[in-house]
Ligand binder design. Structure first.
Ligand SMILES: Cc1ncc(COP(=O)(O)O)c(C=O)c1O
Length: 298
């Protein structure tokens, strides 16, 4: 039942009928929730000058409703790239424990942290929360192993763990792909240096993109990410509809991004750029985008 809740996005809930989830929606979370005939409740983040924070008031309001049973929390956050501070996680834990929520901490991005930031593992912030916590990680983002479909689901509480395993067994989905298992072992044991280098490349790529917009198209706002390899760009100043922006990016600029609106209405006018590419690919893409933007930028 919980299996795919560790897909993307951040704050989500679900409950026993009339099943509700709270999330700041990402399409895969939404899909998993709805296909499981649960109800989605979103808790959008607050945005202030490109910096995103958790709306604790809204979260607590929803947490108090008895039909909301489970929170899906994306940490670090896709798509806005926040690495939550310990104090932020403590507040979430406190509200979750007080309201008997089960929490799924989707920490799939936890290895991809930019210099100067530190990921705090949700399980370390509160003993009480640990008893109601499902932590999800995978080597798929960090080491580009998504095709091997291997993840680690960490559940301390035996009852929750048994329910989880029984559900996987029902779906005949409880075995591990042996290649994925081996790749995961090698990645975690032997590839730290590679990861350190990767983070330098990602950080450099995001700075190149920021400099490009700041110097040439300053109305398009770029905030450096704290984690993940996804840069969240604010194109709202162009005044285009979602459809026009998508067409412009993909057809005029041949700049292939994820459209912000797929993450919910709060993403309208934004684009999510994948930084996990060689720097020359980013530079070439920016050149194409620059030429296209010159024609419409005022
Ligand atoms: C937050 C989050 N969770 C889960 C996933 C899914 O990962 P996987 O490709 O390993 O299924 C993604 C992929 O983008 C993600 O961003």
């Amino acid at each position: 039942m919980f299996k795919k809740f560790f897909q993307h996005f951040p704050l989500s809930f679900f409950c026993k009928y009339p099943y509700q989830f709270l999330t700041s929606y990402y399409i895969s979370y939404t899909m998993a929730i709805e296909k499981n005939k649960r109800k989605l409740v979103n808790c959008p983040l607050n945005e202030n000058n490109g910096y995103y924070t958790i709306d604790y008031k809204k979260f607590e309001e929803e947490a108090r409703k008895p039909q909301n049973k489970l929170l899906i929390f994306c940490s670090p956050h896709n798509p806005v790239g926040r690495v939550w501070k310990k104090e932020e996680l403590e507040k979430i834990a406190e509200i979750a424990v007080k309201n008997n929520l089960i929490v799924v901490a989707d920490e799939i991005w936890h290895d991809l942290i930019m210099p100067g930031y530190k990921h705090t593992v949700m399980a370390t912030v509160s003993k009480e929360l640990e008893e109601r916590l499902i932590t999800c990680t995978a080597p798929s983002k960090t080491f580009n192993l998504a095709g091997l479909a291997t993840s680690s689901i960490i559940i301390k509480n035996k009852d929750i763990r048994d329910t989880y395993v029984a559900t996987l067994q029902k779906m005949r989905s409880s075995s591990v792909n042996i290649l994925g298992f081996k790749a995961c072992e090698i990645a975690y044991n032997n590839c730290e240096k590679w990861l350190d280098e990767l983070i330098q490349v990602l950080n450099n790529n995001q700075r190149i993109i920021k400099k490009f917009f700041d110097e040439k198209f300053p109305k398009i706002k770029v905030n450096l990410i704290e984690g993940t390899y996804l840069l969240w760009l604010d194109f709202r100043a162009l005044g285009l509809s979602d459809e026009e922006l998508e067409k412009f990016m993909h057809i005029e600029a041949e700049f292939f991004t994820d459209e912000g609106y797929i993450f919910g209405i709060e993403g309208s006018g934004y684009e999510r750029v994948n930084l996990a590419a060689p720097t020359w690919v980013i530079e070439e893409a920016l050149e194409r985008l620059g030429k296209a933007l010159e024609k419409i930028y005022k």
